[in-house]
Design a protein around this ligand. Structure first.
Ligand code: SF4
Length: 290
């Protein structure tokens, strides 16, 4: 099997230092919507300046380089053990090169491992066997501040008068944004999963964040709900970094899973403006990044 360790280091470097074009574009489009010289507009200016500087100097976009979440789709016959070893070696090397901040601490003692390696769940790596001859690896660096404001709801929810339908989903998602109050570094992107169990629902809400900010859900009803959620979240007036303003979220991405008849979970993963997301593919030894 190919040794892809250095290629994974490069994937991490690009993810940590180079914000995807669709996210940057959404931030640029948000700027003129804010009042001239408002705190909101100045916050967006600082964010955009930072994005540019990070790219030019190959420095992390944010001091918190987050939890590395890898989603690996591999052709039949590839060794997941070897891929895991290579990814872990790459994470340690990327930390040594300062593309990542040492972020893995022991749950009880708080002691930092120093290299972003912890028990098998840090970094988080999900494997999926695929029929494709291409290896595809998606990486998200999920910041701690935005992770802290994620939320999961069990419907029906009496306090929010949210039933087991899309209107109920709308109510709880807007509640999650309201509760966050700009913490987690607004404007963010909402990954939303409907259904599943508690674990699969949260995972799916993170996978929803792999979609481009500017795409549309293929189901017209869910596409309409995504657009409505974005619009209504932005009417809450929370604004960039919670300073007030027109831009609280840049987009909402919904996915859904089968569920037990007894359960109806809605999970919201909030991703901050530093939506660091990149993909690496390997086909016949040829490595590409997007
Ligand atoms: S939430 Fe995002 S932008 Fe805010 S400190 Fe964490 S990683 Fe940085």
């Amino acid at each position: 099997m190919l040794d892809l360790t250095e290629a994974f280091v490069e994937l991490i470097r690009r993810t940590s230092t180079d914000l995807p074009a669709d996210v940057e574009q959404a931030l640029r489009e948000a700027r003129p919507r804010e009042a001239s010289d408002s705190a909101a507009q100045r916050a967006l200016d600082a964010v955009l300046e930072n994005v540019d500087l990070a790219r030019r100097t190959a420095s992390p976009i944010c001091q918190d380089t987050g939890t590395p979440l890898f989603f690996v789709h591999h052709p039949p016959g590839w060794s997941t053990r070897q891929l895991r070893e290579q990814i872990r070696a790459a994470v340690a090397e990327a930390t040594r090169r300062s593309y990542l901040r040492p972020n893995a601490v022991d749950a009880l003692s708080g002691k930092n491992s120093g290299n972003n390696l912890g028990d098998p769940s840090f970094p988080t790596i999900h494997f999926e066997d695929s029929e494709d001859e291409e290896l595809a690896v998606d990486l998200i660096l999920k910041g701690g501040g935005c992770e802290n404001v994620g939320a999961q709801y069990s419907l029906p929810h009496g306090g929010l008068q949210a039933g087991r339908d899309l209107e109920g989903v709308r109510r709880v998602v807007l509640d999650a944004v309201h509760q966050a109050q700009g913490q987690g570094c607004a404007p963010g992107i909402l990954g939303i999963a409907i259904g599943g169990d508690r674990g699969s629902s949260y995972l799916a809400s993170k996978q929803a964040l792999l979609r481009p900010v500017d795409d549309h859900h293929p189901d017209p009803e869910l596409a309409a709900l995504e657009a409505r959620l974005t619009e209504e979240a932005n009417q809450l007036g929370i604004g960039p970094m919670g300073f007030g303003g027109e831009t609280t979220v840049l987009g909402a991405k919904i996915t859904h899973l089968h569920r037990l008849p007894a359960s109806f979970f809605v999970s919201v993963s909030y991703m901050c403006w530093a939506h660091r997301r990149r993909r690496m593919t390997v086909r016949r030894g040829q490595i590409t990044y997007s």
